[in-house]
Write a protein that binds this ligand. Structure first.
Ligand SMILES: [Zn+2]
Length: 83
């Protein structure tokens, strides 16, 4: 449970930048799209150098979207409307 929250926070967090010699806010850039995954580059907002890279698999992406878009108790409400 807490692991998923950390995953959500990852994109908004800061990463250590060797040039700035401190943790800097990063900008996410889509680097490469593959059939089963997407690769993102993380750029320091201070100097623009690449400070990290991350692969998001199709499964992870679906999971993240599902968690973000799923309103509470929606399936139950839909069930009641079905005759
Ligand atoms: Zn930097």
């Amino acid at each position: 449970m807490s692991q998923q929250q950390q995953f959500e926070n990852f994109t908004a967090s800061s990463l250590y930048c060797e040039k700035c010699k401190t943790a800097m806010p990063v900008r996410q850039r889509l680097l490469l799209v593959l059939p089963d995954r997407e690769i993102f580059d993380y750029l320091c907002t201070g100097c623009g150098s690449s400070v990290g890279r991350r692969e998001i698999t199709a499964g992870e992406k679906l999971m993240a979207q599902g968690m973000a878009e799923r309103p509470p108790r929606r399936s139950a409400a839909l069930h009641e409307l079905t005759p």
